[in-house]
Ligand binder design. Structure first.
Ligand SMILES: Cc1cc2nc3c(=O)[nH]c(=O)nc-3n(C[C@H](O)[C@H](O)[C@H](O)COP(=O)(O)OP(=O)(O)OC[C@H]3O[C@@H](n4cnc5c(N)ncnc54)[C@H](O)[C@@H]3O)c2cc1C
Length: 505
């Protein structure tokens, strides 16, 4: 069932086997998986059905390093969103950020797990094979189509090998026609479920430990109207996004100074996102003319391609991961430039491609979130966000731009023009992909959660979402968020007994 915290009347406590905080893709996925398998689940969500700016304001932070992009009704990006949401990087609403995302799904490449010895802290303590069954089952359930089969399609194989001759890598992603909105995908099921109770308007403000200080006994939640409830569970999952998850751990510092899971002062550190450049153009060359149909964006749902420098060069030149996305600009929206070649795809004459370039940056300790002195309307300390970069980022970025631009030209894909300024850290924005603040590691000295996503030093507290990513090499993090959430759901099924005999679905 779905209720609002205000519907609970005099009631001030709830309990279930599993308590999940956050109803985005990560939280909904794990809550649904457990409830479908007979576990009693309570899903706590700060937001409500309709978007509420005063609840959204609970996400406000203070930037002490590079700021995120600003809300800007006239922004060039996010044109698909209502003007008041353009530039928003995360949402406090039932269904979370899935309410506004664009629905591109991509695997992490197997080579991106093992650790790249030229990038400090780039090791994942799990590998591609650990996630593959969950990637595959998610792709099947969500109807993404078979990314592996797509990569073997003759046209794609041929295109890939032509690019490889010039040291470029082509990879594919799946772009949904209608992006998954979890409140829509699971809303009806949640409403009618007997063993999944969604509580809206319930902002988690504190985790309470039992006397052992190793088990979270309860999650304290408050609403903007002043209602407070305590929610007990055997297992607790935080799926509030990388910023709010770290914030709750840090602010739960009454029983353990410094917060929960923070014995090694790692909660909130290693904060990464992708740097994104929006304003370049590519003038088509003969390779884009030949493969224009593989490069078209319409018609969704479909597979799309993106480009990067090959792995051998990345290793040799100590480069960071990156992705070049090309969006066709048709004759209808752009004048043909005399003397410039055009390309023909199934939707028209392509005059140029808009260049979107995204970069990973080095995960490092000083890029971090801390609790500031300002408070939100619930009295919670706001985050200070120091998003910052290393010398390696500053060296790698111009090298990537130079090599990529040259190879794109040499391969015949076309000529890239960035305008008056080449992409650099200052002129790029974040990509709304917050990651790394409770990174996964094999040892508590290196991270906040273990390979089962359980917070070190606790027996029953878990994190779902990109907060646990040690690195962010794939420009589309959400497929990996989903796969990890499924894997966590499976782990918790083994840990918790079935209580509900009659399943709602
Ligand atoms: C415009 C845009 C486009 C994007 N496009 C893509 C794309 O094409 N491909 C891709 O891979 N990624 C994309 N992303 C990123 C993607 O949306 C996120 O990676 C993904 O939605 C994160 O899911 P999540 O469940 O981890 O977090 P969220 O969806 O952010 O969910 C967190 C939930 O926790 C709730 N919450 C927060 N604090 C509390 C609290 N204290 N108490 C209770 N509840 C709380 C929030 O209200 C929210 O519902 C895009 C993002 C944006 C903004």
């Amino acid at each position: 069932m779905i209720t609002d915290i205000l519907d609970l009347g005099e009631k001030t406590s709830l309990s279930g086997q599993v308590v999940v905080v956050g109803s985005g893709i990560a939280g909904s996925e794990v809550a649904i998986h457990l409830s479908r398998n007979g576990r009693e689940v309570i899903l706590l969500e700060s937001g409500r059905g309709p978007f509420d700016p005063s609840i959204q304001a609970l996400n406000n932070v203070n930037f002490t390093g590079k700021p995120h992009r600003k809300l800007d009704p006239d922004a060039d990006y996010h044109r698909f969103l209502p003007p008041e949401l353009r530039g928003t990087s995360r949402l406090r609403q039932f269904g979370g950020t899935s309410n506004i995302w664009t629905g591109k799904w991509k695997y992490l490449e197997p080579s991106q797990f093992g650790g790249r010895d030229w990038i400090p802290n780039s090791d994942w303590p799990i590998d591609f094979d650990d996630l593959l069954p969950y990637y595959n089952s998610a792709a099947k359930d969500y109807g993404f189509g078979d990314l592996q089969a797509e990569s073997m399609r003759p046209e794609i194989k041929e295109f890939r090998s032509k690019l490889a001759e010039h040291g470029l890598r082509l990879s594919s992603f799946y772009w949904e026609e209608k992006p998954t909105r979890t409140a829509i995908r699971f809303g009806e099921e949640m409403r009618h479920s007997e063993n999944l109770h969604v509580v809206l308007g319930a902002s988690a403000t504190e985790l309470r430990l039992d006397d052992s200080r190793q088990r979270v006994k309860a999650v304290v939640c408050r609403s903007l109207e002043g209602k407070e409830i305590t929610v007990e569970g055997d297992e607790i999952i935080l799926a509030m996004g990388a910023l709010e998850t770290a914030r709750l751990l840090l602010s739960s510092d009454r029983q353990i100074p410094g917060g929960i899971g923070n014995a090694h002062d790692l909660v909130g550190r290693f904060y990464t996102d992708h740097l994104k450049h929006h304003t370049g153009k590519l003038w088509p060359g003969q390779l884009s003319q030949k493969y224009a149909r593989e490069m078209q964006f319409k018609q969704k749902p479909r597979f799309c391609v993106c480009f990067s420098i090959d792995e051998a060069t990345q290793r040799e030149q100590k480069l960071l991961e990156h992705a070049l996305y090309l969006k066709p600009l048709y004759e209808k929206s752009m004048e043909i430039v005399p003397g410039r070649p055009t390309a023909q795809d199934n939707y028209g004459l392509v005059v140029a491609y808009r260049v979107n370039l995204a970069f990973e940056h080095v995960p490092h300790k000083e890029s971090r979130l801390t609790l500031g002195t300002e408070r939100d309307t619930l009295g919670q300390r706001k985050l200070d966000v120091n998003w910052c970069f290393t010398e390696q980022d500053r060296e790698s970025l111009p090298k990537i731009v130079e090599i990529l631009t040259r190879r794109v030209e040499e391969s015949g894909l076309g000529t890239i023009e960035f305008g008056s300024e080449l992409p650099n850290i200052e002129n790029m924005t974040d990509a709304a992909h917050q990651m790394g603040t409770t990174r996964m590691a094999s040892r508590p000295e290196d991270g906040v959660v273990n390979t089962n996503c359980c917070v070190f030093g606790t027996d029953n507290l878990y994190v779902a979402g990109s907060a646990i990513f040690p690195t962010g090499p794939s420009y589309s993090p959400t497929f990996t968020i989903l796969a990890l959430a499924r894997r966590l759901g499976q782990h918790l099924l083994q840990k918790t007994p079935t209580k509900v005999v009659q399943l709602s679905k």
